[in-house]
Ligand binder design. Structure first.
Ligand code: AMP
Length: 214
């Protein structure tokens, strides 16, 4: 967990390779359903594009379904879930049913000025999901995805007004989630500034020993 733009998605993708378990990003799942114009996508579009949270009941269904799939049987990395105390309770029910409690909650942190800088320069590929940054990770040809050649876009929720709204919502709703996990003794707070390798190393250290996969 951590505020929008702190590097959760980037680091989770690296951890996925390291641990050999799927990276379950609720933001990615919602954006994919919006792109497909599925019933779920149409239902959540207004929330996602304005930076508000999708209702808990809908998110509970989505995560319950996703974590039951076979690829998540050996474990999973959650990115962007849970974001509210109600989602913490839902997740506990789902993981209880699966017999797979959370090993660890890693919280990435960075100063707000750095987050706004990162998010406003972020560009993403709507086709393959690659992520770039205008200053720190520009594509080889301006506006074009290196990996698949599609035209890069700015997420509608990465504009400055929406970024501020997302940060406000994060503070308000997600900080109590961190406190809940701190009380359970499984929260590790990790510095999200500096280069990608340094952050990845800190995260791996914060993860500590994980239970053996069955
Ligand atoms: P993200 O990619 O994690 O920044 O998520 C983008 C947007 O998707 C958020 O601003 C919310 O509108 C929605 N979203 C993602 N995960 C959740 C969640 N766990 N609960 C509610 N809304 C979510």
């Amino acid at each position: 967990m951590g505020p929008p733009g702190v590097g959760k998605g980037t680091q989770a993708a690296r951890l996925k390779t390291l641990l050999g378990v799927p990276h379950v990003s609720t933001g990615d799942i919602l954006r994919a359903s919006m792109q497909e114009r599925s019933a779920l996508g149409n239902e959540v579009r207004g929330f996602v594009e304005s930076g508000r949270l999708v209702p808990d009941a809908l998110m509970g269904e989505l995560i319950g379904e996703r974590l039951q799939r076979e690829d998540a049987a050996p474990g999973f990395i959650l990115d962007g879930f849970p974001r509210t105390l109600e989602q913490v309770a839902t997740l506990e029910r789902v993981t209880g049913r699966l017999g797979r409690p959370l090993d660890k909650v890693l919280m990435l942190v960075a100063p707000e000025s750095e987050i706004v800088r990162r998010l406003s320069g972020r560009r993403t590929c709507p086709s393959c999901g690659s992520v770039y940054h205008l200053d720190s990770k520009p594509p080889k040809a301006a506006g074009i995805c290196d990996a698949c050649g599609a035209t890069l876009v700015q997420r509608p929720d990465d504009t400055e007004a929406v970024i501020r709204e997302r940060l406000r919502i994060y503070e308000e709703q997600t900080v109590p989630v961190a406190n809940a996990y701190r009380e359970r003794g499984i929260l590790a707070v990790v510095d999200g500034t500096g280069d990608l390798d340094a952050v990845a190393e800190r995260l791996t250290a914060g993860l500590g020993p994980v239970r053996e996969r069955s």
